[in-house]
Design a protein around this ligand. Structure first.
Ligand code: FES
Length: 151
């Protein structure tokens, strides 16, 4: 099924409803791992929602991405508590292991690296989150093993 067919199928669910933009975008994000330009154009065409409004919402929520994301999103905490416990070394290790910098996606589409200001579990720092799962007290060794466990 093409991306457009997948996008249309999701829009079908919301066609007769109002105030559905965020949920619709979340569904597309879940299906495609990002909000491609063609999704924005289809929503505009079918639901008559202005392109500017769709972009505004899509760029406001961190759960939505206007750039392609990998199958696995690795978020390294760059908050103060994690920073003083070695967060920068963990980020450096993740970047070297995956061969891309924070904000980028590996060429095979497998991983995206992001940084985040605090994951809310500072006592466990340095913390890494992968696909919503938290891993505390990371070292350069454990984070390398962790990444290798994602196939
Ligand atoms: S600073 Fe990293 S979890 Fe809070």
């Amino acid at each position: 099924m093409s991306s457009i067919d997948r996008i249309d199928k999701i829009i079908d669910k919301y066609e007769c409803e109002t105030g559905v933009l965020i949920q619709l975008l979340l569904d597309i994000q879940k299906e495609l791992n990002w909000i491609p330009p063609e999704a924005i154009m289809r929503i505009n065409k079918r639901l008559k929602i202005p392109v500017s409004e769709i972009y505004r919402v899509a760029s406001f929520y961190t759960a939505l991405s206007l750039k392609p994301r990998g199958r696995h999103v690795v978020r390294v905490c760059a908050g103060t508590a994690c920073y003083v416990r070695g967060g920068p070394r963990i980020l450096d290790s993740v970047e070297r292991t995956l061969g891309v910098r924070a904000g980028e996606t590996t060429t095979d589409g497998k991983f995206t690296i992001e940084t985040v200001n605090c994951l809310g579990c500072c006592a466990l720092g340095p913390v890494v989150e992968i696909d919503g799962q938290y891993f505390g007290k990371q070292t350069t060794t454990t984070v390398g093993k962790l990444l290798a466990s994602y196939t």
